[in-house]
Design a protein around this ligand. Structure first.
Ligand SMILES: *Cc1c(COP(=O)(O)O)cnc(C)c1O
Length: 492
């Protein structure tokens, strides 16, 4: 059912694809036929999120029966989010905000990382693997914490998170370095996110197997991470019907603050499954490599890496775009492999005009500077009474540009990917709240001014003890993983 985006002879069942994470040739696992994933969309409308998740996930991951998946969904999500609805849709003005940050770490990655550990350990069991699974993850801030929370004390797993020392917000850093659990390790890397991510990719490529240990990934290159994100597109669509704002079959646009291209690709998969999706709008910050790509057909990473107010989108190589290249070329592995080889060797690739035209008919891409982002946060708060985080504001701003440019009146859902309190300093300054002496004081002032409650998990953070203090260079990452992988039990 799954094959490498770069070679159709490298295949895997859905559970194998989850265990392996990435294909042996460096490609990403993707389904080999769109017709396998068609679903009866109408039968999902008006149902609970748990029901939708069960149906959609067992369709995308057919090694799991519906009964098995229902149990996994229940275990993964019960009581973990602010509501069992998981991802509420809120109407502001004429637009809809899909709030994906109501989970245990206040970022959208909770949706996938609450369930990935269960999918992964169940997949290992199905394939007769009883090795210890060591999760390696590079994070630009949010994946790390969400993965740590998901894998903490899950039997048979350990997790190592690498974050760029200067590349995450103060709150994100505090969330990670206070992580509890006897199977967790958090390490700062001197460098930026791409350094950390390249380091992790190199370890995967060169890791010499150790007895009883295998490496896996919690990044969105893992299909087990991508599939759960498809669910909330259906949920949002159902919400719009329930609100009486659309009728079944009407198209809905989705605008997605984008980094590694995982979240928006899940929207594309929802569309392939049959959801009536209009345009998918790719919103980037000043690291606008995707904006250029969708406008010109040239993906060129040879440019400066910029640090912005939306750090989870600071990225030059959007890994999951490879899956879109594969799908939009009619599952052409050779073509996809050639693009990726060009990116590796020359730092860029150019797709053919026909494929570009197809992408442009389904996607729109735009970008917003930090200054623009601050303006959007201010306006959205003052005119619509909604406090948005920096990433979400990029989405709102790019959508406004899209609407002005195209005149498209299709109802549009903007995905909100983080709580504003994860980026309090920037958000406070944008709406004219003076910063406190530290991030936590700023959070309190923001709460006082806006009345928007600080999520519980962030409120308690200040008191927590720092448990992880290791800082290393990117050259030292491999040795550290080797050493830790050999230790049966981790001591702190
Ligand atoms: C990870 C993240 C994104 C980007 O999502 P991708 O799937 O990498 O495109 C956007 N916003 C926030 C807050 C994130 O944590």
């Amino acid at each position: 059912m799954y094959q490498s985006t770069r070679n159709k002879n490298i295949t895997a069942s859905s559970s194998e694809a989850i265990v392996r994470g990435i294909a042996a040739d460096g490609g990403l696992f993707m389904f080999s036929s769109e017709s396998d994933i068609k679903i009866d969309v109408l039968s999902l409308m008006g149902k609970t999120t748990f029901f939708m998740a069960t149906e959609i996930l067992s369709k995308l991951l057919p090694d799991f029966s519906k009964e098995e998946m229902a149990e996994i969904v229940r275990k993964a999500y019960s009581g973990k989010f602010e509501t069992d609805e998981l991802t509420p849709t809120v109407k502001i003005g004429n637009e809809y905000i899909l709030e994906l940050f109501r989970g245990p770490t206040s970022a959208f990655k909770d949706v996938a990382l609450s369930i990935l550990p269960l999918l992964l350990t169940a997949s290992a069991k199905k394939n007769g693997i009883d090795d210890d699974i060591v999760i390696l993850t590079a994070t630009s801030g949010d994946t790390g914490k969400a993965a740590l929370e998901g894998f903490q004390d899950v039997p048979g797993t350990k997790i190592i998170v690498f974050y760029p020392e200067e590349g995450v917000s103060a709150v994100q850093k505090k969330q990670m370095i206070t992580q509890k659990g006897n199977n967790t390790l958090v390490v700062a890397v001197k460098g930026n996110f791409d350094d950390a991510q390249t380091g992790v990719k190199n370890i995967f490529a060169s890791f010499k197997g150790k007895e009883g240990v295998r490496l896996s990934s919690a990044n969105s290159i893992n299909i087990g991470r991508l599939a759960p994100q498809v669910v909330y597109y259906f949920k949002a669509y159902s919400d719009l019907i329930e609100m009486g704002d659309i009728k079944f079959g009407d198209k809905v646009n989705f605008c997605v603050p984008t980094g590694n291209f995982g979240d928006i690709l899940a929207g594309y998969i929802a569309k392939l499954m049959g959801l009536p999706v209009g345009k998918l709008i790719v919103a980037s910050n000043a690291n606008n490599v995707l904006t250029d790509f969708f406008n010109t057909g040239i993906y060129d990473k040879r440019r400066a890496f910029l640090k912005t107010a939306s750090p989870s989108m600071d990225i030059l190589i959007s890994s999951n775009l490879e899956r879109l290249l594969y799908l939009s070329s009619g599952c052409d592995n050779d073509k996809t492999a050639a693009y990726m080889a060009s990116l590796n060797e020359k730092g860029f690739y150019k797709i053919e005009a026909e494929q570009l035209a197809r992408l442009q008919s389904e996607f729109y891409a735009g970008c917003l500077s930090d200054e623009g982002t601050a303006g959007v946060i201010k306006n959205t708060y003052e005119k619509k009474g909604y406090l948005s985080d920096t990433h979400t504001a990029v989405g709102i701003g790019v959508y406004e540009e899209y609407k002005a440019k195209t005149g498209d009146k299709t109802p549009t859902v903007i995905l909100s990917t983080a709580s504003p309190y994860k980026f309090s300093g920037f958000v406070a300054s944008a709406i004219g709240v003076e910063a406190g002496d530290n991030e936590f004081e700023t959070m309190r002032r923001l709460e006082e001014k806006t009345g928007v409650p600080i999520p519980k998990n962030l409120k308690n953070l200040e008191e927590l003890e720092v448990l992880h203090k290791t800082v290393i260079s990117k050259e030292e990452m491999g040795d550290l993983v080797s050493a830790k992988a050999s230790e049966k039990v981790w001591k702190r």
